[in-house]
Structure formats: structure tokens, C-alpha cells
Design a protein. Structure first.
Length: 243
């Protein structure tokens, strides 16, 4: 089975469409949360993920905030502004899908979560110490997560030795045959590792192999849409910087 794994789409439909085109034929799509927030096309992104991933999706902090499950004052001012705008865009059918999505989802040997197993929608896993806390709670061999917007791969053995995570770039391929791993594909709609191209991963179950990929998309067109929608300038500018 060939699985497309996406995270942090954040209402960026152009980036999502570029990822879907670049991924080619896949058997499944798994989504690691934050479908909405920041970007100009939250409705279309929810519809695409709902139709492609179905139940294989977990709730992100921005998704939860749009459902009124998290206080908006936990977000920085530009994120809060974009969330208020996003809440006005979503219809009952979009909220119904987000309401249906759990905080963690287990598919065979893989657990999906937005942030971490310790705090499913809030914790940013960037270090081996944070990874160890999630490994201690992980009931499957593998965990795909998002939230940081930075590609990441670390084995449990590596985390126990205090090793730094791998920061996979475009074309990085890793076999995960033995051991337990935490894997973050990076963000589709708002990458924060200095590379503005949309990030995603392909998980091939037969080969037990994960491939990290980047794909360019029309950033200027998305920035123009955001400006027309009156979204904050900081959010518009960061797309081109990959931060
Ligand atoms: Zn996010």
C-alpha cells in the first residue's frame, strides 16, 4: 500500500493540489491535522481532506479552535485573527467533518497524532527528550505527527541515546523495518524549515519505506488571495520565506 501523509495544510489549497499531483497514485491519504487556519481556502481544504482521507485524520489545534474547543487567546495575535476569519468561512458540513475527527487515530502499526502523544494537539516535538515522552506512551510501532511544520525522523533507540532527529529534505528515503519511529512529514501549507515548497511524505507499507518530498506551488497566487481576504501581512510574507 502506498500512503500519502500530509500535515498542516492550513487552508492552502494551491499547496495541497500541488502535493496531490506530485504524489501520483496512492491507495490512501492520511492527514495529521490543522487543515485550516492561516490560509485563504479553508472550506475547500476541509472538503478535499474529508473526501480523500475520510476517517484517517486527526484534529489539530487550529481545527479545535475553530470548533470552539480551545480558547483563541492561547494563539498569537495574527493566528487568532486568521482563526476568527476562518470560523466565519466554515459551514455546518465543514464543522461536522472536523467534529468527527479524533485526537489520535490508530491504523495497524501506525498512530496518527497532530502534536504528541503526551499532549495530542499542543506539544511541539522537536527534541529527543520530547520524543522519548511520546515513545513511552506510544502503543504502536510507528507514529506520524505534525504541528511543528518541520520534517523530522527519530528512532526510539536514537532518542534513548540522546541523538538529534534527522531533518529530512526533498528525496530523503528511510527504511523503517526495525525499531520504533516518530515521523513528521513537514507542512503542506506553511513550511517552517526555511524551504517554502510544500512538504509531504509517502509511506510504502510493503517496503516499509518513507520518502520525504517537497514540491513548488504558486506562492504568489496564494499571497494575493490572502491579501484580498484581508489576512495579516505577516502570514502572507512568511509563505515565501518558508517560515
Ligand atoms: Zn499547524
Amino acid at each position: 500500500m502506498r500512503v500519502l501523509v500530509v500535515a498542516d495544510v492550513h487552508g492552502n489549497l494551491a499547496a495541497l493540489e500541488a502535493v496531490l499531483a506530485a504524489a501520483g497514485a496512492v491507495d490512501r491519504v492520511w492527514c495529521l491535522g490543522d487543515i485550516v487556519g492561516y490560509g485563504p481556502r479553508p472550506r475547500e481544504c476541509v472538503e478535499r481532506i474529508r473526501d480523500l482521507a475520510g476517517p484517517a485524520c486527526v484534529l489539530g489545534n487550529h481545527d479545535a479552535a475553530c470548533l470552539g474547543r480551545l480558547p483563541l487567546d492561547g494563539f498569537n495575535p495574527v493566528a487568532r485573527y486568521a482563526l476568527r476569519w476562518t470560523m466565519l468561512q466554515l459551514g455546518p458540513e465543514h464543522r461536522a467533518y472536523l467534529e468527527s475527527v479524533p485526537e489520535t487515530f490508530v491504523l495497524g502499526e501506525v498512530t496518527l497524532v497532530h502534536g504528541s502523544l503526551r499532549a495530542p494537539i499542543w506539544e511541539y516535538v522537536l527534541s529527543s527528550e520530547q520524543a522519548l515522552a511520546s515513545f513511552a506512551l506510544l502503543r504502536t510501532r510507528l507514529c506520524f505527527f505534525g504541528h511543528t511544520h518541520v520534517p523530522f525522523l527519530l528512532s526510539e533507540a536514537g532518542a534513548q541515546r540522546g541523538e538529534s532527529p534527522i531533518r529530512p529534505g526533498d528525496g530523503t528515503v528511510v527504511e523503517l523495518r526495525e525499531g520504533r519511529y516518530l515521523v513528521n512529514p513537514g507542512s503542506v501549507g506553511q513550511p517552517r524549515d526555511g524551504d517554502p515548497r510544500a512538504a509531504f511524505a509517502i509511506w510504502e507499507t510493503d517496503q516499509q519505506r518513507v520518502t520525504f518530498r517537497r514540491v513548488p506551488y504558486n506562492i504568489e497566487a496564494v499571497q494575493a488571495e490572502m491579501a484580498a481576504a484581508g489576512l495579516p501581512r505577516l502570514l502572507i510574507e512568511r509563505l515565501a520565506l518558508g517560515y
